[in-house]
Design a protein around this ligand. Structure first.
Ligand code: HSE
Length: 344
């Protein structure tokens, strides 16, 4: 039985908690995956530890009621670092807010967990975009597993598709729409809304943050293309190496002009391997009907891999949302489980 610890218990972790409640018996029956949650650590909802197991139903209920997870559910006095270093957890789920400049606090949680011999699954883009190679080396040195499917396209299988199902193939180019908020805004602008109106709608629906820069200035897409480049193309890019433009300068006039030419503006993230070098960029581009990205509307994301054998392979699906990203953590845990079983 796996002992799981949640570090960060906001939308994504709660999305996973719901899925774990719904699928607990199926996971055991079909995948032989049995678990108990022994720690939840979040500065807002509370920090508790209980090696006997924490009821996720009760934890979600308390959160909904705006109450702190208290002694009822576990032992207080634990914090995230103590959980990753000293708890009995086998798998750490790191889902704290992302920071694309320092990677903190996620990077410290992940490093300390790996050093302590714990497996890690994370949806946190900052640490993977900034420190992928270092973290992979550390996980190998410690003989533990590190997974991060949810850092790109939430639970829509993108990294694992390429790493597992396209094993043996060479990916030479990656191109896609990897940010749902900006694609939603551009879709709304096509319907006639101004940028400001479309942004407000995105905020009202919970896609865009009150401070929307990470999405609209292209930083989120930048982190994702850096991760795709480094993990799948063998690149060694830092966020600063990638040319980035967001969608804030696009006006309704630009949208209308493109429409007149049978085109649509899309925020395109792309990366290419050429002569051993990997180059990537994030920038708005007008795309024509013949381009598959023309047809990707709203918050949906899409990524296309150009390969040496299958030509183009495309994956389309949700790129955001609590349950959608929470599901990525589940697929990561199942993948860790499969890997460990394969070793025995
Ligand atoms: N804010 C992102 C998006 C989801 O709109 O696609 C998290 O990466």
């Amino acid at each position: 039985m796996y002992k799981i610890a949640f570090i960060g218990f906001d939308t994504v972790a709660k999305g996973l908690a719901e899925i774990l409640i719904e699928k607990k018996s199926l996971l055991k029956e079909i995948y032989d995956f049995d678990f108990k949650v022994i720690a939840i650590s979040d500065p807002i909802v509370g920090m508790i530890y209980n090696p006997l197991g924490i009821s996720l139903e009760k934890a979600l209920y308390l959160c909904k009621e705006g109450k702190k997870l208290d002694e009822e559910l576990g032992e207080p006095g634990w914090d995230s670092l103590k959980v990753v270093k000293e708890s009995e957890a086998d798998i750490i789920l790191e889902a704290t807010p992302t920071n694309l400049e320092t990677g903190e606090p996620g990077i410290t949680h992940i490093k300390e967990a790996l050093k302590a011999g714990k497996h890690v699954a994370t949806t946190n883009k900052g640490p993977i975009a900034l420190f992928y190679k270092e973290l992979v080396d550390l996980s190998k040195e410690k003989g533990v597993e590190l997974r991060f499917e949810g850092t790109v396209l939430s639970g829509t299988p993108t990294l694992n598709l390429a790493l597992h199902d396209l094993a043996g193939i060479e990916i030479v180019e990656i191109r896609g729409i990897v940010n749902g908020t900006t694609n939603f805004i551009l879709t709304e602008m096509e319907k006639g809304k101004t940028y400001e109106e479309a942004l407000r709608e995105a905020q009202r629906l919970g896609y865009a943050e009150a401070k929307p820069d990470a999405d609209v200035e292209g930083f989120d897409a930048l982190a994702k293309i850096v991760i795709l480049s480094n993990v799948l193309l063998g690149g060694n890019l830092s966020p600063g190496d990638v040319e980035r433009r967001g969608i804030t300068e696009l006006t309704l006039d630009d949208i209308e002009r493109a429409k007149g030419e049978g085109k649509r503006w899309k925020l395109i993230a792309k990366a290419k391997k050429e002569g051993g070098r990997v180059e990537a960029s994030v920038s708005p581009e007008p795309v024509s009907k013949e381009d598959f990205l023309y047809h990707i509307m709203g918050v949906i994301n899409a990524v296309q891999f150009k390969t040496d054998i299958l030509r183009e392979v495309t994956i389309v699906g949700p790129g955001a949302g609590g349950r959608e990203a929470g599901y990525a953590l589940l697929t990561d845990m199942l993948d860790i489980h499969r890997t460990l079983k394969g070793r025995n």
